[in-house]
Design a protein. Structure first.
Lengths: 304, 919
């Protein structure tokens, strides 16, 4: 079957295209997908381009909420002064993503839906075959965990932890209607199929309540640019609630809520315990675990 | 396939494309806009940056169909009718361009971020460039160029007749900044076939059968080659030829070429690989270097020719003085084990080559540092006389040693060109570049040192194991260099080492910038720091007290002539305010120092013969332009410009009257290549001699014709005149005059090293007609909560003898320091069961602009008595001190000794905790 590239004018048309071509992927910025295509981790014959859908490119700053169209590029968002002052941790997270060049193409929706990563999976087809395909590419066992039957490929969106800490929701366009659900609900925790919604659905908008919480964001990476996360830690404090959201340490964002009275050490222990870190990253498992504590302590110190 | 209209650089193109083609592929292959480079294929290096609707994006990960209806502009659109954009002009003027492969992407990124922020701070420029990797410059000159452009600083005016010592851009910089310099893969060739490789998935396995029948049946597939078709062995060192172009009978590393397939298009060749079936029988793998030192059965050896009953490739051992009594007489002793991961050159231009066979035999255009050695290897493997082979090096996007061997892909396509009578192209992707490797050897070494009661180094003994991977490459030399290059820059009475280079089932290691001595230098400089602490004296003072002096002989009988080591160290001590700050910074912050030295070319050639090591020819005709022909390979280090400056200086010309043709084995005379930091010294001396010979011809002829002593005739500012001005000719008139008298004008010069060194086995290793010296002070800040090390400043000084082109010399030094800090801080080749885990520019972590601290550059000039105008090497030696300086700074900051590289935050944190717990 020949390759196809279809530009959708609106969500409805995009969903329609998806029904006509079963072997498809949506593409917007393409910075994740095109690399996966190069490595043949994605072999979709049809690409449905969402990047020109105007309803997905609107930024609305309402009284109580901010609505961000998911096809807005990260570089547009990082330069928006209102967003910077409303959500400094979101800005910090965006600026920590890849490089300015990537952010010129990459969209916020694409970042939320970036495929889960593992150092035994994000390799060329030849490489994966040579090593013995892992679970995520139709093999029998997880190589990173030394033979387990689950895939632990890590969720690497830096924006997801921040948005979840801000208690954001997302609007998903489905065939028959749009639905709004809390962002964390789209993450399944399965490294192979990391998202809960059907493949045809489109993440259309992100809705962030203004609430004015105190927030922090920190990311573990070897270089100050280019890198995917080895640990992202986003914390928000609203009223009596402390929300800790960790990325890069499980197949989904790890979300924990605490009352303000909970001692920091307990927050750290509980947060660390809830993560499923395995050796699928160039940092050791132990170090990433250790840094959860450091990042939470720092984050809380800065905002409380 | 679909028909599209694409607007590129203001022109509409009607194109037939595959729906999933990338913009980079279309720009390069369908519109021939090859100024857009592809360095990584995965959006990690920025070389392919173009503008889509005015926004900088990476075209290698942008689908072309996404760009339909949008305005695309590429580097070719930046200059206005051939006139450089002022930003491009600044890149040229400031020396921001070395190999030039990243330059188009740098320009395109910069033009984008300057639109929104026309007056950026240095930090904002670093951030703006942080998606564009440069391996040559250390970013310093790029950042300067952008800052000066943004601040609208006026164009520098330099005297066009000032040559030696005047910083000037490379002669090809304008071409590079416009995207017009053709690197190998940019060169169009008619009717060419494309070659792709099936590579071994086994680290060590017998090849039981290869079935390529189905692949050959695919339409468009032209031929398939397997190992037995090219059985002749080759290698850069004639004493260690152990590699075949394709695996014969067995494979020795994951990634080794087993089958080559050639087809009408790259895609057909790539798809056809899936139809080849190879049956392997796995053999015992040797992945750990120490395992390869153990005795094994004959059948388990990686190479049957290994002389010992194990997988040791080379044992090198030299001893001078008496180490035992040296230790006995030592007042203070230290001993440590060190471990270093392998690293890769990380040049931005992947390997590429084009071979053609016609009535003149073979012509291969290839990204090589060593046309001459490739020439020899091709002759040997293909069994074709050298007179039927021509090797041409086009513009080259960085080498650093990684293009200094003959490579299988070059041999395979040459063979195919001969066999099929067609032009064959090949380019490796970034993963293949990493698998091809030849990078720095992973190393384990133990070093012992002692100080006597006068704080003089009394003894140094090193026991070294280096992991050579599957084949020999430069390994015999590396084995010696690891040891012999420790005998300076300090005076040592009792010195010895043993190196064992082992074969393992991993991609082969070879020569990389600072060849052989980087890791062992790290160990020695770390121990010196420790000795200084034990002796309670300042580490700079300890070094100053032990430096070997100029015009001396080392214990291993190296002849030291010029030596600026003291001035180097004093300069950076002063600049870093060492005396006031060392040991006095708050906890977590630290300063560290280290020194080093290096050869200016190897005095002994690889092939033992009496041939000159470099020859330069000059030719001048009625137009007055001097043509320089030289076999030296300009790989981005500026050697073509260096030759031009030297000739212009001698003949009193401006660069306008000089033209360089280099690195073409048919047109240019022999030069052994760009490795071991030999080009300025050797080709430079040859060029100087050639120019002086031409000058003498002119002077002799004029002197004779006008009866004026030669000493009264001058060549300056493109005029030839006598002191009394009775003769006063412009250059062209002088050339006409000379041609009238002698008929034809050409001249030649050559260089051969003087006979040097001692009379013992191994005496030749590391011998050089001159040595460079250098030192670095590093300032760092350790986060004691995370173990993360932040580099704050690098102060470096390097004795380059005389900087023929200071702009280029600074560029070499900054690039060396940058590469060194990469090895220290983040780079490593990481394996999983013999498979390289990080064969891409995302996971192989070359420091970006935001990871690179301010670098303070000092050129020290000691005026070497034998170097051309006093010059010596500057391309490699500077790297040595930067790594241990960083490690020593960490000790100053948190009291932790670094004994393995790269420095990992988690190791530092663990040691901080251990220290706190009193372990």
């Amino acid at each position: 079957m020949a390759n196809k590239y279809l530009k959708a004018k609106n969500c409805e048309e995009a969903i329609h295209f998806s029904q006509l071509h079963s072997d498809f992927s949506y593409i917007s910025g393409g910075t994740d997908l095109m690399v996966n295509k190069y490595q043949k981790n994605n072999t979709s014959k049809t690409l449905i381009d969402l990047s020109d859908i105007s309803e997905m490119k609107k930024l609305q700053l309402n009284e109580d909420i901010v609505i961000i169209g998911s096809a807005i590029t990260l570089s547009e968002l990082e330069k928006n002064n209102e967003l910077i002052s409303l959500f400094p941790s979101l800005n910090k997270a965006i600026k920590s993503i890849a490089s300015p060049l990537i952010r010129n193409s990459a969209t916020i929706g694409g970042n939320l839906l970036c495929d889960n990563r593992c150092m035994y999976y994000n390799q060329s087809e030849w490489w994966r075959e040579a090593i013995g395909n892992c679970l995520k590419c139709d093999g029998d066992i997880c190589i990173a965990s030394g033979g387990k039957r689950n895939c632990f490929a890590k969720m690497v969106s830096d924006i997801a932890p921040v948005l979840i800490s801000l208690k954001s929701s997302i609007c998903i366009a489905k065939e028959d209607k749009d639905i709004i659900i809390p962002l964390e609900e789209i993450y399944s925790g399965d490294g192979i199929n990391p998202h809960t919604f059907s493949k045809e659905s489109i993440v259309k908008e992100i809705i962030i309540p203004k609430g004015n919480p105190k927030t922090s964001f920190e990311k573990l990476r070897e270089r100050k640019t280019l890198e995917f996360t080895s640990l992202s830690c986003s914390i928000s404090v609203t009223g009596n609630n402390i929300r800790v959201v960790l990325g890069g340490v499980d197949s989904k964002p790890v979300v924990l809520d605490f009352e303000k009275s909970v001692p920091v050490e307990d927050i750290i222990i509980k947060s660390t315990k809830k993560c499923r870190i395995i050796k699928n990253d160039l940092y050791s498992r132990e170090y990433r675990k250790q840094m959860i504590g450091v990042f939470i302590r720092n984050g809380l110190k800065n905002i409380i | 396939m679909t028909q599209i209209e694409l607007w590129v650089n203001g022109r509409k193109h009607q194109l037939l494309v595959d729906e999933h083609d990338t913009l980079a592929y279309i720009l390069r292959n369908k519109i021939e806009l090859t100024g857009t480079k592809v360095g990584c294929e995965q959006g990690s290096c920025g070389a392919c940056t173009v503008h889509v609707n005015g926004v900088a994006v990476q075209s290698c990960i942008t689908p072309v169909l996404k760009c339909v209806g949008k305005r695309i502009s590429t580097i070719e659109d930046v200059a206005n009718q051939g006139e450089l954009h002022p930003l491009q002009q600044k890149f040229v003027e400031k020396g921001a361009i070395q190999c030039g492969f990243c330059t188009p992407g740098m320009i395109m990124s910069t033009m984008d971020f300057l639109k929104e922020n026309p007056k950026p701070s240095r930090e904002e420029i670093e951030e703006g460039l942080s998606g564009n990797l440069c391996r040559c410059t250390g970013y310093k000159k790029i950042i300067y160029a952008i800052k000066e452009y943004a601040d609208e600083k006026s164009v520098d005016t330099s005297d066009k007749f000032k040559m030696i010592g005047e910083g000037r851009p490379y002669i090809e910089a304008t071409k590079k900044v416009k995207g017009e310099a053709d690197y190998t893969d940019d060169i169009p060739e008619k009717n060419a076939l494309h070659c792709k490789f099936l590579r071994s998935p086994f680290a060590h396995a017998k090849i039981k059968s290869i079935d390529f029948k189905k692949a050959l049946e695919i339409e468009g597939v032209v031929d398939v080659v397997i190992g037995k078709e090219l059985p002749n062995k080759f290698g850069v060192l004639p004493i260690s030829e152990d590699e075949t172009a394709l695996a014969v009978d067995k494979t020795r590393y994951i990634g080794e070429i087993v089958v080559a397939i050639v087809a009408e298009s790259e895609r057909i060749a790539e798809n056809a690989i899936d139809f080849i079936k190879v049956e392997y029988e796995p053999l015992k793998e040797y992945l750990e270097m120490m395992d390869s030192t153990l005795d094994v059965g004959k059948n388990e050896q990686i190479h049957s020719h290994s002389r010992f009953n194990n997988n040791i490739h080379k044992k090198a051992e030299l001893r001078f003085g008496d180490q035992e009594s040296g230790f006995e007489n030592s007042h203070l002793k230290v001993e440590r084990q060190f471990e270093f991961e392998g690293i890769n050159h990380g040049f931005t231009e992947p390997h590429a080559a084009i071979a053609k066979w016609d009535e003149n035999g073979l012509t291969i255009k290839t990204a090589t540092q060593v046309p001459h050695y490739l020439h020899k290897s091709l002759a040997k493997v293909l069994e074709v006389p050298m007179s039927r082979i021509r090797v041409i090096k086009p513009y080259l996007g960085g080498g650093f040693g990684g293009k200094s061997d003959p490579f299988p892909h070059e041999i395979i396509i040459s063979h195919l060109a001969k066999k099929l009578g067609r032009t064959i192209r090949v380019k490796l992707n970034r993963e293949e570049v990493f698998l091809t490797n030849h990078g720095r050897h992973p190393t384990k070494l133990g070093v012992k040192m002692g100080l006597n009661k006068y704080n003089k180094i009394s003894v140094l003994d090193a026991d070294i194991v280096i992991d050579g991977g599957a084949y020999g490459s430069f390994g015999v030399v590396t084995s010696y260099y690891n040891g012999v290059l420790l005998q300076a820059p300090y005076e040592i009475d009792n010195f010895g080492f043993r190196t064992r280079r082992v074969y393992t089932n991993k991609p082969q290691s070879g020569a990389m910038r600072g060849h052989g001595a980087v890791n062992s230098r790290f160990a020695v400089e770390t121990l010196l720091d420790e000795l200084a602490h034990k002796a309670n004296i300042d580490p700079c003072k300890l070094r100053l007290d032990n430096l070997i002096s100029e015009n001396s002989i080392t214990i291993g009988q190296y002849r030291i002539t010029s030596n600026g080591s003291r001035k180097c160290l004093e300069t950076i001590m002063n600049q870093s305010d060492w005396d006031k700050r060392y040991g006095k910074l708050e906890k977590g912050k630290g300063l560290g120092v280290a020194g080093g030295f290096y050869i200016s070319g190897s005095a002994l050639p690889i092939h033992w013969n009496e041939y000159p090591q470099s020859v330069v020819h000059l030719k001048v005709d009625m137009d007055g332009r001097v043509l320089i022909t030289s076999g030296a390979s300009d790989i981005g280090q500026g050697s073509d410009t260096m030759l031009a400056i030297i000739v212009a200086e001698v003949l009193g010309l401006s660069m306008d009257n000089i033209f360089v043709v280099a690195a073409d084995t048919l047109l240019t005379p022999i030069d052994l290549g760009s490795y071991s930091s030999r080009v300025t010294f050797m080709a430079g001396n040859a060029a100087k001699m050639a120019a002086e010979n031409m000058k003498n011809k002119l002077l002799n002829t004029i002197s004779k014709a006008h009866d004026i002593p030669k000493s009264e005739i001058n060549l300056s500012k493109e005029r030839v005149f006598s002191n009394d001005k009775t003769i006063d000719l412009n250059w062209k008139e002088a050339i006409v005059f000379l041609t009238d008298k002698v008929g034809a004008i050409s001249s030649s010069g050559y260089y051969n090293s003087p006979k040097l060194g001692g009379d013992f086995k191994g005496a030749g290793a590391g011998l050089s007609p001159s040595y460079s010296f250098g030192s670095v002070v590093a300032e760092i800040d350790v986060n004691t909560n995370t173990g993360e090390v932040k580099l704050i400043n690098i102060w470096g000084a390097h004795d380059a003898g005389k900087a023929i082109n200071p702009l280029a010399v600074e560029g070499q030094l900054e690039g060396s320091w940058h590469m060194g800090l990469g090895q220290a801080m983040s780079e490593q080749m990481k394996y999983y069961n013999g498979m390289l885990l990080n064969a891409n520019f995302l996971d192989y972590k070359i420091p970006t602009s935001v990871d690179t601290p301010p670098i303070h550059t000092n050129i020290i000039e000691s005026i070497d008595p034998e170097g051309p105008f006093g010059a010596k090497e500057c391309g490699e030696g500077a790297i040595h001190p930067v790594l241990p300086a960083i490690a020593n700074a960490i000790y100053d900051a948190v009291g932790i000794r670094i004994t393995s590289l790269p420095i990992r935050s988690e190791d530092i944190l663990r040691k901080i905790k251990e220290k706190e717990n009193g372990e």
